[in-house]
Every structure is written in C-alpha cells, then in structure tokens.
Design a binder for this molecule. Sequence first.
Ligand SMILES: Cc1cc2nc3c(=O)[nH]c(=O)nc-3n(C[C@H](O)[C@H](O)[C@H](O)COP(=O)(O)OP(=O)(O)OC[C@H]3O[C@@H](n4cnc5c(N)ncnc54)[C@H](O)[C@@H]3O)c2cc1C
Length: 307
Amino acid sequence: MAEIRTDVVIIGAGTAGLSAAIYTQRAGKQAIVLEGESYGGQIINTLDVENYPGIKHISGFDFATGLYEQAQDLGAKIEMESALQIIDNGKEKIVKTKENDYIAGAVILATGVKRRELGIENEKELTGKGVSYCATCDGAFYRKKDVAVNGGGNTALEDAEFLTRFCNKVYLIHRRDQFRADVAEVKKITDKPNIELVLNSTIDELQTGEDGKLNGVETVDKVTGEKRVLPVSGLFVAIGQVPSNQAFGDVVALDDAGYIKAGEDTKTSAPGIFAAGDCRTKQVRQLATAASDGAVAALAACAYIEE
Ligand SMILES: Cc1cc2nc3c(=O)[nH]c(=O)nc-3n(C[C@H](O)[C@H](O)[C@H](O)COP(=O)(O)OP(=O)(O)OC[C@H]3O[C@@H](n4cnc5c(N)ncnc54)[C@H](O)[C@@H]3O)c2cc1C
C-alpha cells in the first residue's frame, strides 16, 4: 500500500469525472481519477448520442474515448482502482482503495448511477444467463430469439427499439399504461411489427430451464390479476437507476434515495468535497449536465485548495 499525494482526487471516470479532470489540469493542478470498472461510465455502451450540444451524432464509446484521451493528454492520471472510503482530515483528505492511499487537498465525487435491479428471486443467479441490464452490451446474444424488456422510460424504449432490429420478438413490459419516455422514443417503437406491449404488468417470477438459463418470465396484470408466461430467453431490465454512494455516507450528507446532497455549485456538506454529475441531487441527469458539473466542481476544488 503506497501513499500517493496529489491536488485533487476525482472518484469516477464517467463524463462528470473526466470533465472535472480536464478542468483541473487546465487550472494548473494535478488530478488523479479513480475508476472502479471501465472509463466512460454509463454512456460507453450507447450507440447513438444525438443531444450533446455541438455534436450532431456520436457513439457513446467515441464520446467517452474523446474525453478520456483529452484528460490524459492534459496530464490527468487515471487509475483503475475503486475508491472504498474517504477520510476527511480537513485540509487533507485521504481516499482509500484496495491498493493505495491517495492524499489530496480536495475530492470530487463523480460516481454516477447504476441500473436498478428487479429484486426478485433468481435474478442474481440468472444474471448473465438471460437476465441483463444492458441491451447494447448483450443484445447480440439473442439474435433471432424472443426477449423482453422491462421498463417505461427512455432507456427501456431505446433498448426495445434496438432489440427489434435483430430479435425475433420483443415484449415490452411496463407497470403502467403510459410511458414515461420522451414522445420521440415512443414514436420509434409504435409501428414496429415485432414488438408487443405488455402494459399494466409487473414481473413476479423468472423461470429457469434445465440448462440453468432463463426460459420464461411470468407477468401479472395489475388490473385483472391475470398471470401470463412470456417464453423468452432474454430479459433486459431498465427500471431506473440507483446511486452508489453508501461508502461515502459518513463524510457527505446523502438524501433519502442515496444521492449526494449538493446544489449547482457542487458543494457537499463537507468543505473541500464536491459532487458532480448523476450522483448528486438534481433534476436533469444528462451528459451536458454531467460535463457542466465536472467543470464547476473542478474550479471550485482548485479554489478551495488555494484558500
Ligand atoms: C442507456 C443510456 C443511454 C443514455 N443516453 C444519453 C444520451 O443520449 N444523451 C445524454 O445526454 N445522456 C444520456 N444518458 C445519460 C448519461 O449517460 C449520464 O447522465 C452520464 O453518463 C452521467 O455521467 P456521470 O459521470 O455523472 O456518471 P456515470 O456515467 O455513471 O459515471 C460514473 C463512473 O464512476 C465509476 N464509479 C462509481 N463508484 C466508484 C468508486 N467507488 N470508485 C471508482 N469509480 C467509481 C463508475 O464505474 C462509472 O464509470 C444515457 C444513459 C444510459 C444508461
């Protein structure tokens, strides 16, 4: 275990974290970015980004790679280590990973969100054996097969539309009779011949075949109580997101849902610790707002160190 000193430690190499790294480096301070999985965050597996100002169309991978390379070229160090704990000693903060202790004057939390799980029996056992949380990552395994998507927001509808391109049939299971998704996303699925809407329904059972893989999803109609088994080999869960800030709840205040309490100035309850991107309390969770938070947090962190 080594002690590594730097100006700013940034936790998370998604859009917010990498934007913060770019602004920290440009302000003349050294940033170390810690990333527990792979750089880029949530957007990495998205095929089409069409609402980032100034870029008409780009894949999520190219977008994330551009940010990563820009941060690295400016001298930011990006380490593939999970941040496990922050010890706040006032003007000195220690971020602990399994491998090292990072000591910095300021910390930016940019931990994003993860997809919410269904929370039903067999889900964990069947993850990777039919149950997936990423259609763009795993969809290709279900070519010409019947699959289901669960959810009613933009991600669920995008996933369903994407899967209709090569799956035999896509059931879209949603607990209400109206979608939360944007009108543009609803329009994209409306006339697809191989999609069936299963509305007002929730999933109450995941069925396992003899091969140990998913072979059916039982739904229950919330209005009639009727149960139905959909014979699918893939289920893509897209029922919202959850933050993963529990490890830092002893140093920064979290709201009831687990988001870090911070306003547009990205300041948390702890001086010198900032929260940027989807991990903080906010209305709009998008790339543009994550990048904006990254810039604000970096400049605030640099100013804090100078105080
Ligand atoms: C399918 C999908 C499509 C989307 N499409 C669009 C779109 O077209 N346009 C748009 O504007 N937005 C889109 N979004 C939303 C956008 O991706 C998010 O708003 C944005 O990624 C938020 O960036 P972030 O940096 O705050 O968080 P994230 O992208 O979630 O990045 C957080 C990073 O922190 C890492 N991390 C978490 N905890 C730790 C820890 N303890 N230690 C180290 N690393 C950690 C994670 O591994 C992750 O890499 C989409 C989201 C999804 C899921």
